[in-house]
Design a protein around this ligand. Structure first.
Ligand SMILES: NC(=O)c1ccc[n+]([C@@H]2O[C@H](COP(=O)([O-])OP(=O)(O)OC[C@H]3O[C@@H](n4cnc5c(N)ncnc54)[C@H](OP(=O)(O)O)[C@@H]3O)[C@@H](O)[C@H]2O)c1
Length: 168
């Protein structure tokens, strides 16, 4: 099972300025295209309720699994599913449904939980030429994972995606 984390960061290491900020407001068109291509390949995305609310709708052509302790109403169940399962249990369920890839799409709380679980194989980190100075970081707790740079995807002269594999 290929489990990848996908995130866009400012050059000073933030994924958002505030929790209600949708990422596409400050990321590039090229990154949006990269995100769409990678997550459509995966066909299933996992995100936290806060991130889901910034987007406000399911991502087309992908199943969206949302971490929340609340009920999610008003969305077709085949497109949006709420979960509270620990990463290993959720991954087993996703695998049993026939998926071979899953995209972990944030935010900070969800990235942290999944990174700590040891289940992530690959990270795609886009660096955008933007500075926030303060805001939400990629992770919100201690992480002790080693990673290795495997590829650089030059999306434009301004935006690069750094692809890392997790050293197990
Ligand atoms: N730049 C990027 O690539 C990128 C990507 C994604 C997100 N973001 C940004 O990140 C920010 C949001 O990050 P965040 O860390 O504040 O929030 P988040 O991870 O998106 O969502 C946190 C919420 O998820 C639910 N949750 C998390 N773990 C859970 C568990 N084990 N069981 C049940 N529910 C759980 C809780 O919702 P309930 O309160 O409903 O229980 C929690 O409040 C936004 O600004 C967003 O735009 C940036």
């Amino acid at each position: 099972m290929h489990v990848f984390l996908i995130a866009a960061l400012t050059a000073d290491g933030f994924i958002a300025k505030s929790i209600d900020q949708i990422s596409t407001r400050w990321t590039s068109r090229e990154d949006a295209d990269f995100f769409a291509a990678k997550t459509k390949e995966a066909r299933v995305v996992v995100m936290g309720r806060t991130t889901f609310e910034t987007i406000g709708r399911p991502l087309p052509d992908r199943k969206t699994i949302v971490y929340t302790s609340h009920e999610l109403t008003g969305f077709p169940p085949e497109q949006v599913e709420a979960t509270q399962l620990p990463p290993a249990e959720l991954l087993a369920k996703i695998e049993a449904e026939g998926y071979t890839n899953v995209a972990i799409c944030g935010g900070s709380k969800v990235y942290t939980k999944w990174m700590q679980s040891g289940l992530i194989n690959t990270l795609y980190l886009t660096i955008e030429p933007v500075l926030f100075g303060t805001g939400i970081r990629l992770f919100s707790e201690e992480i002790t994972t080693q990673i290795r740079l495997t590829e650089r995807h030059l999306l434009s002269d301004q935006t690069t995606v750094f692809e890392y594999e997790v050293v197990k």
